[in-house]
Design a protein around this ligand. Structure first.
Ligand code: NAD
Length: 369
């Protein structure tokens, strides 16, 4: 399959560059063996950008992100920059990307691969075969709503305020992403909120129902209070297909779902913007783990989440479904063959480092082609 797609690679800090190296090898393999063509540029972000360019992301890198078809992001942050004031911290790099590219829908798959079924804290029969997708609204809601802050009240007491604000358009556009995804999966959306106690939850429920009735009548929709959804995720997770939630509830539920799989080093994510006239859609792909400063530079980080983030990118931004599946299968086969990085090590398995894990994925790709 031929492609000539603009890809911006931002490895970032800590283990970011280490795991991204393994993706670069997968890309090289695809160019040689699958005749894919990528137009790749690389930039700095986070602490690395602060050191070299004086800001967590430069205007030039932002411009490169705006013109790219997709951004592959590593991770940012580390103890070296922990004492910087909030406005100067490495995390501002990713926040600026999300804000200026309008990346409002965060997609987080929680998949339990068969070889890792024992890594979960849940019983194997509860978790085996789990494949759910959490869609989290990521630019609105209580993390951004005004008024916010810490004030003194009339009695001189400090009062902390955050405000949950959602317009119907913000709810509708992320609901459409969830319904669209469900159509390509098992055709079911569970929308979560607290319509029993929150006004924004009442609106959320109403708008999601309206979007379904008007545009996605073929997709099954159920509404569930977010606290019940958390409980159901722990007791009967396989009932879900796509779970939709606000910035706050989606944040909590996606972390919970990730924990169910028991392996931070395995999980990718995508954050999508609106489809623009002409069909282009900004999108950023990143592992859900951070820069893991405790193991950075040791060559032991698990590159799977970064490699699987690239597979997601191929699927959602470049329409390369076959290649995406091939990469996912290669990663699963490496695990089935008994190789494990330290984070997912199990008794009787072979412990390997970042490079050997990456090489093993390439070897499996070669067998699959
Ligand atoms: P973390 O995800 O970096 O690490 C948590 C634990 O998991 C650590 O013990 C780490 O060694 C391990 N781990 C994570 N990824 C791994 C991998 N691929 N292979 C093997 N082990 C892995 O979270 P943290 O320790 O809370 O944060 C560290 C830094 O990362 C902080 O500066 C934080 O702000 C930043 N962070 C960045 C992002 C991002 O860039 N999107 C996300 C989360 C955290």
């Amino acid at each position: 399959m031929a492609a000539n797609k603009k890809l911006l690679v931002l490895p970032g800090d800590g283990i970011g560059p280490e795991v991204m190296n393994e993706v670069r090898r997968v890309i090289d393999w695809m160019e040689h063996r699958r005749r894919a063509r990528f137009d790749i540029s690389e930039g700095l972000v986070g602490g690395a950008a602060i050191e070299a360019e004086g800001a967590p992301i430069s205007d030039a890198t932002m411009e490169a992100a705006r013109t790219a078809d997709a951004v592959l992001f590593g991770s940012v942050g580390g103890p070296k920059w922990d004492k910087l004031p909030f406005e100067e911290r490495p995390e501002l790099g990713i926040l600026r990307l999300r804000k200026e590219l309008g990346l409002f829908a965060n997609l987080r798959p929680a998949v339990v691969l068969d070889p890792l079924v024992e890594a979960s804290s849940l019983k194997p029969d509860v978790i085996r075969g789990l494949d759910i997708m959490i869609v989290r609204e990521s630019t609105g809601g209580i993390y951004f709503g005004e008024p916010r802050g810490i004030h003194k009240n009339e009695a001189g007491q400090r009062v902390g305020i955050d405000t949950e604000v959602y317009s119907e358009e913000e709810i509708a556009r992320v609901a459409r992403v969830a319904f669209d995804l469900a159509r390509k999966r098992r055709n079911k959306v569970t929308s979560t909120e607290k319509a029993n106690v929150m006004q924004s939850g009442r609106l959320w429920r109403a708008v999601v129902s309206e979007v379904q009735a008007a545009e996605f009548p073929d997709v099954q929709l159920e509404h569930m209070y977010a606290d019940n959804a958390a409980m159901q995720l722990c007791s009967r997770p396989k009932q879900f297909d796509v779970i939709l939630g606000s910035n706050l509830f989606g944040d909590l539920l996606s972390d919970l779902a990730a924990a169910l799989t028991g392996s931070l080093g395995m999980l990718p994510s995508a954050t999508l913007g609106a489809v623009q006239p002409g069909g282009k859609r900004h999108a950023l792909y990143e592992p859900i783990h951070g820069s893991a400063p405790d193991i950075a530079g040791q060559g032991i980080a698990n590159p799977s989440a970064q490699i699987l983030s690239f597979a997601m990118l191929l699927r959602w931004s470049f329409g390369m479904e076959e290649d995406a599946q091939m990469i996912e299968q290669a990663v699963e086969r490496v695990l089935a063959g008994g190789m494990r990085t330290a984070d997912i090590m199990q008794p009787g398995m072979a412990r390997v480092g970042t490079k050997v894990m990456g090489e093993s994925v390439l070897r499996e790709l070669e067998k699959l082609i």
